[in-house]
Ligand binder design. Structure first.
Ligand code: LLP
Length: 439
């Protein structure tokens, strides 16, 4: 592990996160436990905002809240001057509850339900980002009923392959996302949006994938978007907002070499400015939507080691008290993580072990081939970079409880998501009834 502002090793050889000793955190909050470093989140959010504000036009960083959605994270995003990208009625509700202004919310999703669209209209979101003709018609119809004009942006698919896992690539030609830019679908969608009386066409959006380290695919997509804007300008159509999505990578293991938020945002600003100036286009409002790169590295999950199973000559499994119910990313994407012996950080690794989860599922693993000192039942293990797409993708599989989240800063901690109890598991269950409803 590389020490950094948020992660340090104290004089007892304990890992500290945001100045809090993980041994103390376990005593106070138990395991499994999600820990989120507040200063780290704020710094990254502020760095994106500062770098984007070098753009000569208007700009806004949207926090892609699918990465981690709970009241406190929207409060932080709001305080740092960010808006948010929401993709469901639930994310919209949470953002509004947290006090985010609706005018800084962009409502995404490839299949928003009529109820979600109504909720977005009622709240007055800044824009619906849409990528199907039938959804545009639906938004138009619901806006008419609500007596409103719905602002829309169109999600386009620039057909660019970023080097990332197939399931998190989103802009290949064969994708469920975005109007294709190759077959005329994008232009037809703009014309449709302009023709529908209850829609207001604001601009265009693209998102080329996630956990991307190279800037080149962003440069390519920016130029494709700029070409398209030129085509629209020739038809007298103005693009007021240009949203380039998120996807900037983070460090999960030593092999990952991400660029800083500053570098990513500065690249976008420069490429957009150059591409648009070259095509003699006015600078629209510029948006980016980082999620993982704001919260990912700020998160650490703390586990207690339990069963140790040594299969002679094959492998040693150390099972922890969490698993795919708090982090499904190995099971879904064979994602790699770094694990550390959180209360024995100065001990040299002597073994290679596989950290397994406690679910009844062979694929329930957290880290394959982790280098560790000899682990015993009761040892504290931390998995790093779990701030994004862990809590937000957690489940109750095997009726496990989703761990609570504590926010840490300057040696102090608070819950931002409280612990669940067994009562929560049965709270919405109904017992068998003698008579069922006749339908
Ligand atoms: N904007 C849009 C339209 C997106 O679809 C996404 C992510 C983002 C922004 C934020 O991307 P980020 O900056 O976080 O990479 N569950 C997967 C990741 C799915 C990402 C989906 N869209 C994972 O655990 O790796």
């Amino acid at each position: 592990m590389k020490e950094r502002d948020s992660l340090k090793i104290d004089e007892n050889g304990h890992l500290t996160v945001g100045g809090c000793d993980v041994v103390r955190l376990r005593e106070r909050y138990g395991t499994p436990l999600y820990i989120l470093d507040e200063a780290d989140v704020r710094e990254r959010a502020a760095a994106y905002r500062a770098a984007l504000s070098a753009y000569a036009g208007e700009s806004l960083v949207l926090y892609a809240s699918k990465a981690l959605s709970c009241l406190a994270i929207y409060e932080i995003a709001d305080e740092e001057g960010l808006g948010a990208d929401v993709v469901s009625g639930g994310e919209l509700y949470t953002a509004l509850e947290a006090g985010m202004p609706a005018d800084k919310l962009y409502f995404h999703g490839n299949n928003k339900t009529p109820k979600e669209i109504e909720e977005g209209l009622r709240a007055g979101v800044h824009a619906f980002v849409s990528d199907t003709p039938s959804e545009l018609s639906l938004i138009d119809a619901l806006a008419r009923e609500a007596g409103k004009k719905a602002p829309v942006m169109l999600r386009l698919n620039p057909g660019i392959e970023a080097h990332t896992h197939r399931f998190i690539q989103t802009a290949r030609v064969d994708s469920k996302f975005g109007f294709s830019m190759d077959d005329g679908a994008a232009l037809a969608a703009v014309e449709q949006a302009l023709s529908l009386p209850n829609l207001q066409f604001l601009g265009i959006h693209c998102h080329i994938g996630s956990q991307i380290f190279e800037l080149k695919p962003y440069g390519l997509s920016i130029r494709r978007m700029a070409d398209f804007m030129r085509l629209l300008a020739d038809k007298g159509i103005e693009v007021r907002e240009l949203n380039l999505g998120g996807g900037f990578g983070v460090t999960y293991t030593a092999a990952d070499k991400p660029l800083s938020p500053q570098a990513c945002a500065a690249f976008v600003v420069k490429e957009v400015t150059d591409a648009l100036t070259k095509r003699q286009l006015r600078l629209p409002k510029l948006l980016i939507e980082p999620g993982r790169s704001i919260v990912g590295e700020a998160g650490v999950t703390l586990y207690t080691a339990g069963a140790v199973k040594e299969i002679k000559g094959v492998k040693t499994y150390v099972s922890v008290d969490g698993g795919m119910f708090d982090n499904p990313r190995y099971a879904l994407y064979q994602a790699e993580y770094e694990a550390v012996p959180a209360d024995r950080m100065r001990e040299a690794p002597t073994e290679t072990v596989t950290l397994a989860g406690k679910c009844c599922e062979s694929g329930d693993m957290l880290v394959i081939d982790a280098k560790m000192p000899k682990l015993r039942r009761g040892d504290l293990v931390a998995v790093l970079t779990t701030g994004a797409y862990n809590y937000s993708m957690a489940s109750h599989y095997n009726r496990n409880l989703v761990p609570p989240t504590v926010l840490v800063r300057d040696g102090c901690a608070q819950y931002i998501v409280r612990p669940e109890g067994y009562l929560d598991l049965t709270a919405k269950d109904e017992r068998l009834q003698k008579k069922k409803e006749k339908l």
